[in-house]
Design a protein around this ligand. Structure first.
Ligand code: ATR
Length: 269
């Protein structure tokens, strides 16, 4: 019997997840299918429950439903709890387990694909919305020297940093706090790239040999352009997308796919 999985979002037509999971399934010989399903903005939980009732085994959840998925899952992993959002659902007989694989996906992309070891680094995380929140705990667990969260609305960054109490080296603030500071890794978790905007970073933000990472993928954002012009090495979020999918696949199927092969496939497409 073929096992059924899906990704729920709105919009969802451009999701690459079906392609990624089909490639993982082929590669590992898993008998499963995976489709993209549009959930109405006011009907996320009903749409997921109908899929589960029809024999679905698990699902991914994307914008704008990750917080609703957090509420839908009766049981949640610690990393989903810290993220305040769920991107992966496992359907059990009695309940739904919610997990969040975004943060681990980012850290795996940094370490395994890009060769960036966060331990000891000065990290700047831009943004204080759901995308930023989802990666704070896994970044902290990778033991950077410091993690500064910067946001256009500084109070949100301060609040996000405070929600992870007693973490030395963790703080939040505004872009006006940045002059005079340098970072080894700057991660863009803002939505600025979607509108072609550049967050107001000082010219001297990047230390020698620094990396700039944008969670968006499939485009060179103004942030990556800015960083490259100032000597930083740059990466987009395609690797994070594939690695978060691989972690979800592992949770569902107990098998780890080869992400490198799938990244090459997507880059070529
Ligand atoms: P997501 O779930 O994708 O994180 P979100 O919760 O709407 O979405 O958060 C978007 C983030 O991008 C916020 O940190 C936002 O800053 P504000 O909190 O000040 O709104 C940030 N953002 C969006 N557009 C931006 C821009 N042009 N420059 C800088 N930051 C921007």
């Amino acid at each position: 019997m073929t096992d059924h999985y899906a990704v729920f979002g709105n919009p969802i037509a451009h999701s690459m997840s079906p392609l990624i999971h089909a490639a993982f399934a082929r590669q590992t010989g898993q008998d499963m299918d995976y489709t993209a399903l549009l959930a109405p903005l006011d009907g996320f939980a009903e749409t997921v429950r109908a899929f589960q009732a029809g024999g679905g085994r698990g699902a991914n959840v994307t914008v704008p439903f990750k917080e609703q998925a957090h509420a839908l899952a009766r049981r949640r992993t610690p990393r989903a709890e810290a993220a305040g959002a769920v991107n992966t659902l496992l359907f059990g007989d009695a309940d739904i387990l919610g997990d969040n694989t975004d943060g681990v996906g980012l850290v795996r992309d940094l370490m395994d694909n890009l060769g960036i070891v966060p331990r000891g680094l000065r990290i700047l995380l831009m943004g204080a919305g759901g995308a930023a929140r989802g990666v704070v705990l896994p970044l902290l667990e990778a033991a950077p020297r410091s993690l500064f969260i910067v946001n256009r609305t500084p109070a949100r960054a301060v609040e996000l940093a405070r929600s992870f109490a007693d973490r030395p080296g963790l703080a939040g603030g505004g872009y006006e706090d940045l002059p005079g500071r340098q970072f080894d890794l700057v991660i863009n978790a803002t939505a600025a790239g979607l509108t072609g905007d550049l967050p107001p970073l000082p010219d001297a933000t990047f230390a020698d040999g620094a990396w700039a990472y944008d969670m968006l993928y499939g485009r060179v954002t103004p942030f990556l352009d800015f960083a490259r012009q100032r000597g930083a090495r740059v990466a987009d979020g395609l690797g994070m997308l594939v690695e978060q999918a691989a972690e979800a696949f592992y949770l569902w199927r107990g098998v780890r796919p080869d992400t490198g092969a799938v990244m090459r496939l997507l880059r070529a497409a």
